[in-house]
Design a protein around this ligand. Structure first.
Ligand code: LLP
Length: 385
């Protein structure tokens, strides 16, 4: 069984559970992104929500990416990590006044506006500061992302974005709002999308929308296509870097750009998922009548994706090369949903073995909680050992 490589000898001294980040894999991923996006002059804003660990953020910022933020806290984290304000986009359906003000004070690149009500508030707050807020309208392109229902976002009557039918009234409002300037349109159809046809449909849909906009005399400088590129949770060792080449090529082939138009993306998961693993120890091996449980010291407090989305994460016993057996791999939290996987093939497990939950760099550490009065997980990095 091919497993990830980890500095296990160094792990012996460490208290589990913890996150381990392979910063050289992150750097290789960033090299691929820069290279592939660079071919077409595309602008990439890393979606901070996927992982806001300061060292991860600093490395991404140093590689010249911008940031996609969904809260004031994320804007602050992005600025602290060295992302330039003029590469920060700010999205979110519920931006509080202080968060909008923080964006205005720092002269961020763009506010992705999700409703008419929000547009009015941004206009008012920018007016108070004597500023003009650059905005992009987040539209619902009504493209099905064919992904998990809890992470699909681009359909009609979703809480996100503005329905196409409402666009005319929003344009009217922009005309009478002197403190906002329309600089772009934005769309995001969902997350963990591995079927390129969803992105093809998005590109085609954006072309149609651009045509419609032109009919009412509107042209925007920027197109922001959101994030969503999926990763291979099943083969993190074979396919550690997402298909950025195919992804950008789809848009390059299909998007009909107007002269001078700039294209932006907001990938999160595909940038950071594979570089992170949650490292845990087996506390107990419990033999049931028919099933065997590997009870870990990590639970959904450290990695909630399996409990919340039925998500698959590859699980490896990195301490053992003994024959493979089937285990239900579970955490210590007092909830029956605290299960990482059922019938998982693991090399025979013993108390104290290290278990790696792979592809946990995205929506892992950042979604951790303190439920059951647990401590938030710590993080270690490959260059520390
Ligand atoms: N842009 C917008 C407007 C978004 O809503 C998202 C993700 C992204 C970009 C980044 O998408 P990505 O490239 O990471 O797919 N916690 C869930 C995923 C939630 C995604 C929310 N929005 C999970 O663990 O699967």
């Amino acid at each position: 069984m091919l497993k990830g490589t980890f500095p296990i000898a160094k792990f012996q001294e460490l208290q589990t559970p913890f996150y381990y980040y392979d910063l050289s894999l992150l750097q290789n991923t960033l090299d691929v992104i820069r290279n592939e996006a660079g071919k077409y002059g595309y602008n990439v804003h890393y979606a901070i929500k996927a992982n806001a660990n300061p060292r991860v953020l600093e490395l991404i910022a140093r590689n010249g990416l911008g940031a996609d933020c969904v809260s004031g806290g994320e804007i602050q984290a992005a600025l602290n990590a060295g992302f330039p304000a003029n590469k920060i986009v700010f999205a979110g359906v519920g931006k509080a006044d202080w968060e909008i003000n923080l964006g205005l004070d720092n002269d961020i690149f763009c506010f992705n506006v999700e409703s008419l009500a929000e547009l009015r508030v941004i206009n008012e707050l920018a007016g108070k500061k004597g500023k003009v807020a650059p905005i992009a309208l987040r539209i619902n392109p009504e493209v099905d992302a064919h992904t998990h229902a809890k992470i699909t976002t681009g359909m009609k009557e979703n809480k996100f974005g503005i329905n196409l039918s409402l666009l005319p009234s929003v344009f009217q409002e922009i005309k009478v709002s002197p403190h906002v300037k329309l600089i772009g349109i934005h769309a995001h159809i969902g997350s963990q999308i591995t079927d390129m046809s969803a992105f093809r449909n998005l590109a085609i849909r954006i072309n149609e929308i651009q045509d419609e906009l032109e009919q009412v005399g509107l042209q925007v400088e920027n197109l922001n296509l959101g994030g969503g590129l999926g990763i291979d949770y099943y083969h993190p060792n074979h396919l550690p870097i997402a298909a950025f080449d195919n992804y950008f090529a789809v848009f390059n082939k299909l998007l009909q750009l107007r002269p001078g138009q700039r294209v932006h993306f907001e990938p999160g998961r595909s940038v950071v998922a594979q570089c992170g693993s949650l490292i845990s120890r087996v506390l107990y091996v419990k033999e049931g009548e028919t099933r065997k449980f590997a009870i870990l010291d990590a639970g959904f407090t450290e990695l909630i994706r399996p409990a919340m989305y039925d998500a698959y994460h590859r699980i490896e016993n990195i301490s053992s090369d003994e024959p493979v057996e089937l285990y239900d791999v579970v955490g210590p939290i007092c909830e029956s949903s605290d299960v990482f996987g059922k019938d998982v093939e693991l090399n025979r497990a013993h108390r104290g073995d290290f278990i790696a939950l792979r592809s946990a760099g995205a929506y892992g550490e950042v979604m951790a909680s303190q439920y059951n009065c647990r401590k938030l997980p710590t993080a270690y990095y490959s260059d520390q050992f």
